[in-house]
Design a protein around this ligand. Structure first.
Ligand code: AN7
Length: 354
């Protein structure tokens, strides 16, 4: 066998449905094309015909943000930008920092002080981003980033940037391609609401382009302590163990409610306990280690199933980020099954219970 390797990355693969020009640099870190893996256990618990997990944790920086960031960074370069700016609960900043490093741009990131999971900050530091810890929450950081970007020569790469949404919609294209059609429902965590907006745009376009015969019901889930869309009003002091979605005033609020209403779906809240239960179950029963926010979608499906609100069929749950992002929460909420032993066969046998 010979020939050129298959082109990799979101820009190469989805050029036809993205806002690229011949001058857009075709950068990539190998993002996209993430695995769709069938559930081994939770599918049965929920009484679904099929449950699939979209492993967005397999993107180069460990979260779905890379799909949108590659488009936002490429378009920023095309427009002559020299630095990227974002506010972030952690994953957006890790992704922005990575693409900035790759492309020789500066990255400035605004993060809520003391509320970003350790793995995400370690990534931003490794990539050489300028990290500014704001004494406030994500919503304060985003407000400041938007004000800065309005009159400074920096490219704002939060999901208020439409290029981010364009890139992230490609996950819906991948799902329709792999399953041969859109699923009956999509379960997804909701924070700033960019991703649910992007998937819905992607699924609508798939139907328009005859890549799917129908739309899925969009099922979005917020953490109960940070559930402004469910409550119908901003939350001043959002709180949840799922720091990625600790957001009180989502920028894409309208995108989320449109997705819900146009698809006949729902946006509901799940408690931290429900999130941690689903997170443990994903690890123990499926072998999938995700960060807490990523378990919100599965927690939501379990809640709907309990309440009789799940109609069966084929469902896809988006697992948005890797468990390695947040080792502290993992340690805190999962006691290791651990023993010490002397360096002897006998000692180890006893410790293993053999
Ligand atoms: C793992 O990084 O908002 O509803 O600043 O990291 O599109 O915000 C992250 C959000 C879900 C919610 N899962 O997505 C940020 C940030 C994970 C996340 C979400 C986020 P959106």
């Amino acid at each position: 066998m010979s020939g050129a390797p298959r082109p990799r990355g979101v820009l190469a693969r989805w050029e036809a449905v993205l806002p690229l020009t011949p001058r857009t640099p075709r950068i990539t870190l190998g993002e996209g094309d993430t695995p769709l893996v069938r559930s081994a256990a939770i599918e049965r618990e929920l009484g679904l015909d099929e449950l699939w997990f979209k492993l967005e944790s397999c993107n180069p920086t460990g979260s779905f943000k890379d799909r949108g960031m590659v488009v936002a960074a490429a378009r920023a370069i095309e427009r002559g930008a020299e630095s990227l700016l974002c506010a972030s609960t952690g994953n957006t900043s890790a992704s922005a920092a990575a693409y900035a490093a790759r492309c020789g741009l500066r990255a400035g990131i605004l993060v809520p002080r003391g509320r970003v999971a350790a793995g995400k900050l370690a990534q931003a530091a490794a990539f050489g981003a300028r990290i500014v810890e704001i004494e406030g929450g994500f919503d304060d950081a985003l407000r400041l980033a938007r004000e800065l970007a309005a009159n400074r020569p920096v490219a704002l790469v939060n999901s208020v940037n439409p290029d981010r949404i364009e890139g992230q919609k490609t996950a819906a294209f991948e799902i329709c391609e792999e399953l041969g059609d859109a699923p009956d429902a999509l379960a997804i965590p909701v924070g700033n609401a960019g991703n649910v907006t992007a998937y819905w745009k992607g699924f609508r376009e798939c139907a328009e382009l005859d890549r799917a015969s129908r739309h899925p019901r969009m099922l979005g889930f917020q953490a109960a302590g940070a559930a402004p869309i469910v409550r119908g009003a901003p939350v001043a002091e959002p709180r949840t163990v799922a720091t990625a979605i600790r957001i009180g005033n989502p920028a894409s609020w309208r995108g989320a409610t449109d997705a819900r209403d146009e698809s006949g779906g729902a946006i509901e809240a799940v408690s931290d306990e429900e999130i941690l239960d689903a997170w443990r179950l994903l690890a123990r029963a499926e072998g999938l280690f995700v960060e807490p926010a990523s378990a919100a979608g599965v927690a939501g499906l379990r809640k709907l199933a309990r309440e009789g609100g799940l109609r069966g069929g084929r469902v896809v749950a988006v697992l948005t980020g890797s468990g390695l992002k947040d080792p502290e929460t993992a340690r805190e909420h999962c006691a290791p099954d651990m023993a010490a032993a002397p360096a002897t066969l006998e000692g180890v046998e006893r410790a293993l219970g053999l």
